[in-house]
Design a protein around this ligand. Sequence first.
Ligand code: 3HC
Length: 709
Amino acid sequence: MGAFKQDLIEGIARLEINIDGEPVNKISREVKEELEAILPSLQADERVQAVVLISGKTDNFIAGADIDEFAALKTREKALALVRSGQELINQVAGLGKPVVAAIHGACLGGGLETALACSYRVATDHPKTILGLPEVQLGILPAAGGCQRLPRLVGARIALDIILAGKTLPAKAAYKRGIVDELVHPAILEDVAFKAARSLLDGRKRKRRKGGMAALLLDESTLGRRLVFSKARKKVLAKTGGHYPAPLAALEAVEHGLKYGLSAGLDSEAAHFAELAVGDVSKRLVQIFFASTALKKDSGIDGVAPSPRPVQNVTVVGAGFMGSAIAGVAVARAMADVRLKDNELEDVARGLQTVRSGLKKRLRRRRITKYDYRRLESLLSGGVDWAGFGRSELVIEAVYEDLAVKREVFSQVESHVGERCLLASNTSTIPIADIAEATQCPERVLGMHFFSPVEKMPLLEVIVTDKTAQWATVTAVAFGRKMGKTVIVVRDRPGFWVNRILAPYMNEAGRMLEEGVPVETLDRSMTKFGFPVGPITLLDEVGLDVAVKASTVLHEAYGDRFEPRDGLNRMTREGRLGRKSGRGFYKYEGGKKAGVDATAYDIISPKPSGKNSEEDIHRRLVFAMLNEAARALDEGIVRCPRDGDIGAIFGIGFPPFLGGPLRYLDHLGTAEVIATLNDLADKFGDRFSPAPILERLAKLREPIYPRS
Ligand code: 3HC
């Protein structure tokens, strides 16, 4: 069965793409071959004066080149052949000699947008599902089917680079504003408008260029202007990627080369870079992350046959503080749930509600939502100090003070006010869920929903299940978390769960190195150079030193010496140096902005210099502490599989994506090498570095952590 269907309507060919049995249209080898055969016949057929390219999928135009296909590439030669065939096909579209109108509804990404860019005109629907962009660099490659050439020619180098180098996808409206799309329409009239556009192109009526695109073009067309744009972009890329991601620089070169030497030379540059990047380690790992997060979107959260999740429309958040109101905000804005905020004092409730409303107003100001959306979402929100509305709740999320006795009290009270089908979740980051569940009559409906701060930005949610949590409860929490826009991993109820468990030894090691005299900036700079988004000391300040101390105390009690907390942090906390929230931690904060290291922190920590530590020493000690703990926690079944562990570390901590996550990185290094490094560290610094038993086992069997495929 072919992917394309053709019709001829009053001299205009309607070419519909719809790959049978696939959720999205993607440009695979077969699709290319089929289209290659169709295009010459459209060109030769005199009855065909113009073409409208449209998708037969409900909510997808074309999602790009087939990622499976390029992920399987082993040699540069094969990669080059693949990319060349794609370029030729798209050149065929551009050189058809008849107007081609792209009628876009749904995702139009990568090779999909490159196809649309080769068309004469683009009509897109103003619908939330319609997104346009070139996300290739997120997969470690570059737009190589002409995207680095045709986009800058259409909208100017500045706008094009902004999209290409960050791998951005834009809502249809933003794409229209930037001149990528020529017309924006309601989905109901997409096809009509596309046909009308084809006719007016035939009549020779010139198409208008969008204002934004025009201004950018004018600026970028001067040689000086263009040089400035490129040098700025290069600086930005280098600062952002730290040299770990080769794709954005390659894309920059392909754009620059094409603008200097012409389209054909630009395509050669795209192809050469693609061939190199597609078979490289970074791309392979980024593609693995794409497939892992895609797989997680469909994972029920339990192995085997899962019950259906229960519908959740009414949510109550208990605790209207910083986390509670943020959770309520996302539950309203993303999941569109009816949310009630409950706290003990009216002022706290009012402040919490105000925080949620401010968040919605910000989205309105940034035009992410319309006035109508704002009013509708705001009307979903309510709050109070009593138990009103609890009977209707299908989910209660507790976000009160981090204290077991307080939480137990809350859970036992909540349980007496909710219906028997209501799911009860705690947002604790440290307290064992089973200990909280003991205070309830039905521990099977209790679990943890551990959100990360800031809730609206952080993509991860840990759903923590105890031995007693029922399957319906797990799948319901996972499904609702996903509705809130989160990537959800299900983890076992052991202290620290997954993310904090593997983060703690890394942070502790940073604390030790501080005590040994390594300066704050050196530690932070070393780890951002390694690939973390922020250094450990900045992270401590952001998380809050009091929170870190609490977490490390719990972990120390549970796991012993390996997690021995640093007394320096305790002292800082006692001095009220809690980090950003108190305006002082290891750094100073002025007007909410980080303003350099606060040297008085050293007086509190009283470092005892113990020789020179090189950057490599810092990397080894901090990273291997995390890798070792990740292996141990995986062995204890804290995560269901290595995939979840890596996604949790990347999305929860910012573990460098180009390394694929701690468990992929362990596999890359090889257990034998990891064990040797850990033994060396153990000899120098103590038993906390003794290799996790799973590493010794795997080394003996010569097996990796990820099963060999
Ligand atoms: N290639 C292969 N498979 C793809 C794909 C692609 N380009 N895009 C989506 N899929 C698959 C997913 O893996 C998933 O497969 P599964 O059902 O077997 O697990 C299925 O399509 C549905 O995808 P999602 O679950 O992600 O569906 P959503 O509706 O949530 O999202 C989407 C749809 C926005 C299109 C999202 O899938 C996406 O972002 N896809 C990737 C887009 C992309 O990166 N395109 C660039 C490709 S590289 C390229 O074009 C190179 C060129 O320049 C030469």
